[in-house]
Write a protein that binds this ligand. Structure first.
Ligand SMILES: CC(C)(COP(=O)(O)OP(=O)(O)OC[C@H]1O[C@@H](n2cnc3c(N)ncnc32)[C@H](O)[C@@H]1OP(=O)(O)O)[C@@H](O)C(=O)NCCC(=O)NCCS
Length: 199
């Protein structure tokens, strides 16, 4: 980790800039990007989310990184979304560390399908289990969000059942969530094994 963020072969994960607000609002208004969330966000809601992300950084010393593409088959881009760690705003209704730390991602549609979320999140796990000394990271989404679950699986998180989101009414279509988790020991074993098989 550098002072100003994380690097991967194709990405810079960095702190947020004012110039990110407009493209972030555009992706948060895209119904496809927000398909598996209760609703899309208008500009005010999107800016408020960046405000909460910055407060989280100030309070916790870690948070959701803004993602910049340095190079890719679709070119570079100064801002394509976020990947990072966050403490959920709800009391987890499942066994969790204190605080519970979630890994999450959201990218603008033109950047889907290149492996960028997985690439960024892999580095975020290294930050979480390495520099931050976390013992467990969780992730969750609604059952039909298969792309997000695939990212969780590729990172080595294991499925651990379903829970009802505390912010939802039982009748809400998004109430049920699938839970995935990864403990530091499993992450370390996996990282060491992939290091042994890499050329
Ligand atoms: C989830 C998201 C971040 C994935 O980003 P991405 O950079 O395209 O992810 P990756 O390319 O690293 O991996 C996606 C994987 O899901 C798979 N996938 C994509 N759509 C899928 C679908 N409908 N069904 C099953 N698998 C799917 C891809 O094939 C890929 O797996 P593979 O490498 O084995 O082929 C992106 O789709 C997104 O921003 N979605 C909207 C926001 C969101 O849902 N965020 C998560 C909320 S919990």
């Amino acid at each position: 980790m550098t002072d100003d963020g994380l690097r991967t072969p194709r990405l810079s994960l960095r702190r947020w800039r004012t110039t990110d607000l407009e493209p972030f609002a555009a992706m948060n208004a895209d119904p496809e990007v927000m398909r598996w969330f209760p609703s899309a966000l208008d500009r005010e809601g999107s800016d408020a989310m960046v405000g909460r992300i910055e407060t989280h950084w100030a309070d916790r010393g870690f948070g959701l990184w803004a993602v910049e593409v340095l190079a890719s088959e679709r070119g570079p881009a100064p801002f394509v979304g976020f990947v990072g760690l966050a403490v959920p705003r709800f009391e987890p209704p499942f066994a969790a560390t204190d605080p519970c730390v979630e890994i999450g991602w959201r990218l603008a549609r033109p950047w889907w399908g290149l492996g960028l979320a997985t690439e960024g999140a892999r580095e975020v796990l290294r930050q979480g289990f390495g520099d931050l000394g976390l013992t467990e990271v969780v992730s969750f989404t609604v059952p039909p969000n298969l792309a997000s679950q695939r990212v969780m699986q590729k990172l080595g998180l294991r499925y651990d059942g379903v829970f009802t989101h505390p912010g939802a009414e039982r009748s809400d279509w998004w109430a049920q969530h699938v839970l995935y988790r990864l403990e530091v020991d499993a992450w370390r074993a996996r990282t060491e094994a992939s290091g042994r098989t890499s050329p």
